[in-house]
Design a protein around this ligand. Sequence first.
Ligand SMILES: Cc1cc2nc3c(=O)[nH]c(=O)nc-3n(C[C@H](O)[C@H](O)[C@H](O)COP(=O)(O)OP(=O)(O)OC[C@H]3O[C@@H](n4cnc5c(N)ncnc54)[C@H](O)[C@@H]3O)c2cc1C
Length: 266
Amino acid sequence: MFQLNNYLKPTSVEEAYEILQNSRNNVILGGNTFLKLSNKKYNVAIDLSNLELNNIVERETEYELGAYATYGDIGRFDAFSTFADGALIKCTENIVGSQFRNHVTVGASVYSKYGFSDFIPTLLVLNASVLLHKNGKMSLEEFLSKNIKKDILLKIFIPKEKINCSFKSLRSTKTDFSIVNVGVSKRNSNYLVSVGARPGLALLCHNTSKYLSENNNSIDISRAREILFEEVSFSSNAKASGEYRKKLAGNLFKRAILELEDNYES
Ligand SMILES: Cc1cc2nc3c(=O)[nH]c(=O)nc-3n(C[C@H](O)[C@H](O)[C@H](O)COP(=O)(O)OP(=O)(O)OC[C@H]3O[C@@H](n4cnc5c(N)ncnc54)[C@H](O)[C@@H]3O)c2cc1C
């Protein structure tokens, strides 16, 4: 269990940010589920719960998720059971258990860029963007590619549009980490494909997405899979070999495409 010298609950984002910069041992608290696994000694823990970041709001053109909204909140947010074929719920509903999901915050889950994340690959194919206190607003893809340190993720935005989405993952047991996962979305005839838990950080597969979008009336899945394998690398860890992950990803990708074709509303 980690240790803290002090615990503060700032009343403004600027104050939270200043405290964060004061020492490299000051830390933002999310739901504390991952932090508490470490033995680190922190100076000040910064609780953002006074900053009204715990809501999910449906606006005219987008969904806005405050950093302190939890996976539990996602599961209970009515619109997410239909939006994008329920992908946001499907990608989070098997993570550990319901009590755990009621603690896990979306801000921490994105800011931490966990390679095993099920949430990030889904957000990528939904064209999500993020708002950081100091670095401002940017696409999730850009955020993932940047080496941003010591900032605070405030919000996640997801465009509200007619979109179909399929999220597929394979786990050794229902609540284990994904061995690999795949997200595919389709808006009009435009596809987006992501692969995560490679085991590296999830990425958008631009060439595969382009091929699918340009051939949406007659997709050759074998060809699409070849393109996917050309642009995505898989490696080995204690969970699985790179070769096994690659095979699984190819199968999950095919299943996602077939599911999208079944669900597609023109
Ligand atoms: C046992 C276990 C199993 C898991 N299984 C899965 C799984 O199968 N799939 C999956 O996708 N995920 C899984 N996760 C990860 C989980 O979904 C969360 O993403 C993770 O635990 C962090 O959530 P938290 O809100 O508790 O963050 P915390 O533990 O509180 O914080 C994590 C890090 O994020 C930083 N942080 C928190 N909030 C912010 C913010 N707003 N801005 C900037 N930095 C911030 C903290 O300083 C800390 O460094 C698992 C985690 C655990 C512990």
